[in-house]
Design a protein around this ligand. Structure first.
Ligand SMILES: [Zn+2]
Length: 157
């Protein structure tokens, strides 16, 4: 077996990649699922390098891929989402929230109590995930990344 050395992709921040991070991402076409597999693997590799507890999820644009893909790893939950869509967004509470792409800052914003997201997995099966509390907050945070919305975005509700 040939050993392949994988490069860990660094997290892109607004300092160097602001325009890219504030742009909406593209859906993955059915014929491009090999690309989705690579993006998901790279996201997991980068996530694994983060200090424990410092992040709940990571979106593709944060490592330089302009695609609608994110991962969410939290308390045993492992979501690898391709082409996710927001199905439900209910309730509202204030939270303090940060983002790896805006280092060392936190923002106070409204987040829903319950979020449901429908997505496609790597086997191209349609799945959904419904989260409360931190999971709901993280799901929406990652969804917003795919629309180029960051926690500091002005005029957010
Ligand atoms: Zn973020």
């Amino acid at each position: 077996m040939e050993e392949i050395t994988r490069m860990i992709k660094p997290i892109w921040t607004i300092e160097h990649h602001e325009a890219f991070l504030r742009k909406a991402c593209l859906p993955i076409a059915d014929i491009c699922f090999e690309k989705a597999a690579q993006v998901l693997e790279d996201l997991a590799d980068t996530f694994a390098t983060l200090p424990a507890g410092s992040a709940v999820g990571l979106a593709a644009p944060q490592i330089g891929y302009p695609f609608r893909i994110f991962i969410l790893f939290y308390q045993g939950l492992e979501v690898r989402a391709v082409n996710p869509e927001l199905v439900t967004c209910k309730g509202s509470h204030l939270v303090k929230e940060g983002c790896l792409s805006i280092p060392d800052k936190t923002f106070t914003l409204k987040r829903p109590d319950v979020v449901k997201v429908r997505y496609v997995d790597l086997g191209q099966n349609v799945r959904s995930i419904r989260g409360h509390g931190v999971t709901a907050q993280a799901l929406l945070h990652e969804m917003e990344h795919l629309d180029g919305i960051l926690v500091d975005t002005k005029g957010r509700s």
